[in-house]
Ligand binder design. Structure first.
Ligand SMILES: O=C(O)CCC(=O)C(=O)O
Ligand SMILES: [Fe+2]
Length: 290
């Protein structure tokens, strides 16, 4: 039944830094997820009003994993986990996760970066702090929940082989050196599923017009790395989880950071495109002209 060969996928990730697993999640499951999140992606989150957290030109679904077992099942997909655990040579857990919509923007620009790092929230300075860990090895997956024409994820082919030598998070200053190795996932249909070694240099391609891009993102980290973001589940789903799913979701463990992003109170007052972002105030992996 399975059209994926695990060894082939592992070889591709080892060689290029990424592989295409499109088809791993059925169109029906994707439609169900879209149906369940739709009302929440249209209103800001506020206690009983379940919705999104706004950050610049993006909307992040609050309490992402609570919307349906179908979402948990993507994050804990057996084939995905088998690939992640073989690649990391360890058991893995979900350290970062999100469903988000990105609106085209004149002033939002994600910089070239890697994600083999520890995120922690500094409560005193109200900012996320990042520490690059060259020894950290795991996978991120990105699945499109909408058709994507522009603004897709971009990966620097093979960069996982040399990025760890630099011990830095941002690679914008080296763009000229890797420009010819950039692979862009534009003009891809809903359901496109890319998995990459998170030491592969990447970003979302900046784009100024066109369609909203909705994506699902998950970072699977080896057990030697910290737990990561808090995971809040709906009691409806808990009794249906397997022991393996509980391990991936770090049952019984304390989170080691907060959910990204913290959000912006202006979400209630201004349309998503024009709210002054707090990107520039936070030391994050994104940059903006604000
Ligand atoms: O949205 C994308 O294309 C990339 C997202 C990403 O790299 C991140 O959130 O760390
Ligand atoms: Fe990233």
């Amino acid at each position: 039944m399975n059209k994926f060969n695990v060894d082939e996928i592992l070889n591709l990730i080892t060689e290029n830094g990424f592989a295409d697993l499109t088809g791993i999640i059925s169109d029906q499951q994707i439609d169900t997820i879209n149906d369940k999140i739709k009302p929440a992606m249209d209103q800001p989150h506020s206690n009983g009003q379940r919705g999104y957290i706004k950050q610049g030109c993006q909307r992040y679904l609050a309490d992402t994993l609570s919307y349906g077992k179908e979402i948990i099942d993507v994050y804990t997909n057996a084939l995905l986990i088998e690939i992640a655990e073989k690649y990391a040579d360890d058991i893995v857990h979900l350290s970062n996760y999100r469903i988000y919509s990105t609106y085209p923007s004149e002033d939002f620009k994600m910089w070239w970066h890697l994600d083999n790092k520890i995120d922690t929230y500094d409560f005193k300075n109200k900012a996320f702090i990042q520490q690059v860990v060259p020894d950290d090895k795991g996978l991120i997956f990105l699945m499109y929940l909408s058709n994507v024409v522009d603004g897709g994820v971009q990966l620097v082919k093979g960069s996982h082989k040399w990025s760890r030598n630099h011990n830095q998070e941002s690679f914008d200053h080296m763009e000229d050196e890797f420009n010819d190795q950039v692979v862009t996932f534009n003009n891809c249909r809903k359901g496109t599923f890319i998995v990459y070694d998170y030491a592969t240099i990447h970003r979302a391609k900046p784009y100024h017009g066109g369609q909203v891009r909705t994506s699902m993102f998950g970072q699977l980290s080896p057990s030697r790395m910290p737990t990561g973001e808090p995971i809040l589940l709906n009691v409806r789903d808990i009794s249906k989880l397997s022991e393996k799913q509980k391990q991936i979701l770090s049952f019984g463990k304390d989170p080691t950071t907060l959910n990204w992003p913290i959000g912006d109170i202006n979400a209630f007052y201004q349309p998503v495109e024009s709210t002054p972002s707090i990107w520039s105030k936070l030391k994050t992996k994104f940059s903006t002209n604000h």
